[in-house]
Design a protein around this ligand. Structure first.
Ligand code: ADP
Ligand code: MG
Length: 335
């Protein structure tokens, strides 16, 4: 097994940046903070409002429950696991709107975001004790068992050929944030920052500042100042292993079956919904700057593309909200 970064610590720092920002607002109401582990990552909550204390537990309950009961491929009790075992089944009602969004991102991204990569993901095993570089032949065979276009989804039921495995890994945290937003709408919450791994929900009025993690170190390379929205980052530095000097990371190109190698280190997407920001950040990482920007435009979303060589490109809607704070990085025009 290759060397891995301490993922949880890095994510904790990302969260800390997001959280530090909320301090200006709501000085009158007490702020509650909490952290928990779910969906395989370290998550944090900072919340104000009459129901703030209660919200702390709702957030962790919603996230854990979504994972174990619905989304995780590796939970014996999840709907997705059962659907994978049975090559289909009824899509739980609460999942249906999110699945619609994922289909839409799949189609509009030309398959760059593909929630049927489970078999390919398992083959690479990145982030697990089985991680290895598969042979070209193995990759070819696994690729034949991917593609959301192979799914038959009608009247709330899904059907697919044997060997295909649904994998919501690239959108699960975003789906959880959307569910948490709904719950906050039912509770008395004035302001909150919820950070689930690389996806963050900024909830409430006023401004927030969010740090974009430096792909090369544990700190930040830039700060975004934003209103309420969802911010997701996908990068090649989150989960990976190295073999013979090559980094193999966890975002796979559904076209080749290999980890994406586009010169990008990370992409941050700013969207009105969590499912959308999470799915689009993965899609943009695969597509690269040009196609990624076009895709974001189609969804009315913004993005920041960070290149390995230090170039940073922000779409028009967030250019003025971005402040680069690390000297290695520089704002660039179109590449
Ligand atoms: P993270 O899970 O670290 O937040 P992402 O949101 O980018 O990062 O999701 C990466 C995960 O999504 C992978 O671990 C894998 O399960 C799955 N995945 C990898 N490549 C793709 C892809 N091209 N489209 C959809 N899902 C993917
Ligand atoms: Mg994602």
């Amino acid at each position: 097994m290759g060397k891995k970064r301490p993922v949880t610590i890095i994510l904790a720092l990302v969260c800390a940046a997001a959280l530090a920002s909320g301090a200006v607002y709501g000085a009158l109401s007490k702020e509650y903070t909490g952290s928990f582990t779910a969906m395989d990552t370290y998550n944090t909550v900072k919340v104000r409002g009459a129901d703030a204390k209660k919200a702390l537990s709702s957030v962790s309950e919603i996230t854990s429950e979504l994972d174990t009961a619905l989304l995780s491929r590796h939970s014996d009790t999840s709907a997705v696991n059962e659907i994978n075992l049975n090559r289909g089944g009824r899509i739980p009602e609460e999942l249906a709107p999110y699945l619609d969004t994922l289909f839409e991102v799949y189609e509009k991204s030309g398959g760059a975001f593909d929630f049927t990569l489970g078999t390919l993901t398992d083959l690479w095993g990145i982030g697990t004790e089985n991680e290895r570089v598969p042979s070209d032949d193995e990759i070819k065979k696994a690729l034949a068992l991917t593609g959301a276009d192979k799914l038959d989804y009608t009247d709330g039921k899904i059907k697919f050929p044997e060997g295909i495995s649904l994998d919501f890994g690239a959108a699960g945290k975003g789906i959880a944030l959307d569910e948490i937003e709904k719950e906050f709408g039912r509770e008395k919450i004035s302001r909150a920052v919820v950070s689930l791994g690389g996806s963050i929900m900024l909830y409430g009025s006023g401004e927030f500042t969010v740090g974009i993690k430096d792909p090369r170190s544990a700190g930040y390379m830039a700060v975004l100042t934003l209103g309420d929205c969802f911010v997701s980052t996908s990068g090649n530095y989150e989960r990976y292993f190295e073999k013979d000097g090559v980094r193999y990371h966890h975002i796979l190109d559904p076209g080749t079956g290999y980890p994406v190698n586009s010169g990008l280190a990370g992409v941050t997407v700013i969207a009105p919904g969590g499912t959308l920001s999470d799915a689009l950040s993965t899609a943009c990482f695969v597509l690269g700057r040009e196609k990624g920007e076009t895709l974001c435009k189609e969804f009315g979303c913004e993005a920041v593309f960070v290149y390995e060589d230090g170039g940073v490109y922000a779409t028009d809607g967030v250019k003025d909200s971005l402040e680069i704070t690390d000297d290695y990085y520089r704002a660039e025009g179109v590449k």
